[in-house]
Ligand binder design. Sequence first.
Ligand SMILES: *Cc1c(COP(=O)(O)O)cnc(C)c1O
Length: 238
Amino acid sequence: MNKTENNMDNSSLIDNWQQVSKQIHQTSDLAGRQVDSVVLLAVSKTKPADMISALAQKGQRHFGENYLQEALEKINTLKSQPEGEGIVWHYIGSIQRNKTRDIAESFDWVQTVERDIIAKRLNDQRPTELPPLNVLIQLNIDNEQSKSGCLPEQLLELVTTIKAYERLQLRGLMIIPAKSDTGAFARTKQLFEEVKEKHPELNGWDTLSMGMSGDMTEAIANGSTMVRVGTGIFGARA
Ligand SMILES: *Cc1c(COP(=O)(O)O)cnc(C)c1O
């Protein structure tokens, strides 16, 4: 087994995962929401396949990866194990134009679509034998110059464009808010509802991916349906 020094043993890993799951349930309950209304995405970037395998054995289904080459290797490894069978893979890293084919062929979800050129390539390259690729639009909710994501004022146009792509299933929004922006979750929830109202035909529009290890409680209180937790489960990254 290939265990590097910065990685904890599997019993601490499973303890952490159970703690995080419990916290999600309690927070959802306190917010008056169904305990199963929030999906836990385990963000496994930089962590080895055997840690993913250990959590998958316990029933964790959704895993998120940022670095394509590393992710493809893990997806391949897990494919040959029985634990890997039910895993749903989410790509949550930035997308370079020449990497869309690998993403379209190997992932179930992409959470970081921010412009049409990328959406169109993913649509064209999604293999026909696979179901449509689930897509979230990454929103630059703080209007920060340096940050990736679709600007709020361009959201409706991008929704209309992606909606027409048959090999993509548009599911909702994803944000990584600035730490200082305390209103980001509520504003994103509002935009999410606005799209839903304007596009009642968008059947799959059901996912609001917001909240990470440090702020998942606030995100859930504000309507998040998917939290992306790395450090809180796997420990610090090297
Ligand atoms: C790394 C990462 C996470 C997880 O962050 P933690 O603070 O370790 O929980 C969530 N979302 C995205 C997009 C990330 O890149």
